[in-house]
Design a protein. Sequence first.
Length: 137
Amino acid sequence: MVYLTRRERFCAAHKLWIEDWTEEKNLEIFGKCANPNWHGHNYELFVTVKGEVNTETGFVIDLRNLRDLIREKVIKKLDHKNVNLDTDFMQRKMSTTENIAIGIWEQLGDEIKILGAELHCVKVQETENNSAAYYGK
C-alpha cells in the first residue's frame, strides 16, 4: 500500500456563530472567530490517497487527475469565498476546520474511487498552529 498526498491552498472567510446564543456568549466561546464582520485564513489542504502502484504507470493515481478533481470539487467552491455563505457543501454547518475537513472528504471520496485509489485522509491547516485531519468514518 502506498500513500500519496496532494497539497492545495485556498483563502476563505468564515465566522463561528450560533444564532440562538447572545453575542456575549458567542464571543466568550468562539473569541475572535465570532467577529461580526467575519475573518479569514490562508488554508492549506492536504489530500492523501492510498492504493497499490500500477505496474505499468508506476502511479497509485495520476496526480494531474487528483489535482483537477480537488480544484473542481473543492478549491473552486472555497477559494476567495465565504465558507458560511458561498460554499454549497458547508451550508447549515458550523464552519470549523473540523467540519471543513469532513465536508471536503464528502466531496472527494467517491470521485477518488473512480480514479482508482481510496481516500485516506483530508487535512485542513487553518493556521501554522491549527489543523484538523479526517480519516472517514
